[in-house]
Design a protein around this ligand. Structure first.
Ligand code: SF4
Length: 260
């Protein structure tokens, strides 16, 4: 049977809330929760994914290319950043699009994203990207929910939020994201230093083996932009120097900022 509703089920609380709303409004017949695994997810994401999918109902479909974002950066010889994200293009968008093409009919199936009322700018980009699929954002409809209300709702159903939410804005890629800013990586360093060290080492390897002058982060000190490596960020923190804590950045895998 062609699915009527496919929710991009990323492992975050917003995609759970979007799926919950679809299940409540339209039932779970023909409902698919589509998860694309980057093989770099936090361990607790899988606990949350199972509990959240059980709560919603419908069919949980897991996809995986098999590579991690770092594998993709080395393969395409390009380090992702806040504007160009080969990682989510390859590991999420193209993978999910292939699945849609094989299992769904654009005349029947609606694709749902967990964007909320604060993300109007992203939904238009997503709609353009996912054509011919009809893209909906259930959380942009009334009643609008604040993030704390989504969290409360989750707790009231006996599901603990993913553990990364204790310090991060999202539950993607194990707390890593090439679209994140200095403040986010500062928090990763404070909360998961081993994981930070892994990404720092990967970035250093990329600079050695592929392109020496690139970095995930940017430094705006003095008004000009220049690449800021994770190693430099860590050294600044260790030396007690200032980093831009307000530069949190974003994390969106299902719309593309620029074609990559
Ligand atoms: S969360 Fe960030 S790093 Fe991970 S796939 Fe999405 S854009 Fe890439």
């Amino acid at each position: 049977m062609t699915p009527r509703n496919v929710v991009m089920f990323s492992g975050g609380i917003s995609s759970w809330a979007a799926a919950r709303r679809i299940a409540d409004e339209e039932g779970t017949a023909g409902l698919v929760l589509l998860f694309a695994d980057t093989r770099m997810e936090d361990e607790d994401l899988y606990r949350f994914l199972d509990e959240a999918a059980r709560d919603v109902g419908g069919e949980l479909v897991r996809l995986a290319d098999g590579r991690t974002p770092w594998d993709v950066f080395f393969d395409v010889r390009f380090l992702g950043n806040s504007r160009i994200d080969p990682c989510s293009r390859v590991l999420k968008r193209e993978l999910c699009r292939r699945w849609l093409e094989e299992h769904c009919d654009p005349a029947v199936t609606a694709v749902h994203l967990g964007y909320d009322w604060t993300e109007e700018h992203r939904i238009e980009r997503a709609r353009a990207y996912w054509r011919p699929w009809r893209v909906e954002a259930p959380l942009m409809r009334r009643p609008m929910l604040a993030r704390w209300q989504v969290r409360e709702s989750l707790l009231s159903r006996g599901i603990a939020p993913p553990r990364l939410y204790a310090w991060a804005e999202h539950n993607n890629c194990g707390g890593f994201c090439v679209k994140a800013g200095q403040g986010h990586f500062r928090a990763l360093l404070a909360n998961m230093p081993e994981r930070f060290a892994f990404h720092e080492a990967q970035e250093e390897r990329f600079r050695r083996e592929v392109a020496g002058a690139v970095a995930i982060l940017r430094d705006r000190t003095g008004g000009d932009f220049r690449p800021l490596t994770l190693r430099e960020l860590r050294e600044r923190v260790e030396a007690g120097r200032t980093v831009d804590l307000f530069d949190i950045g974003g994390c969106g895998c299902f719309d593309e900022a620029e074609p990559s």
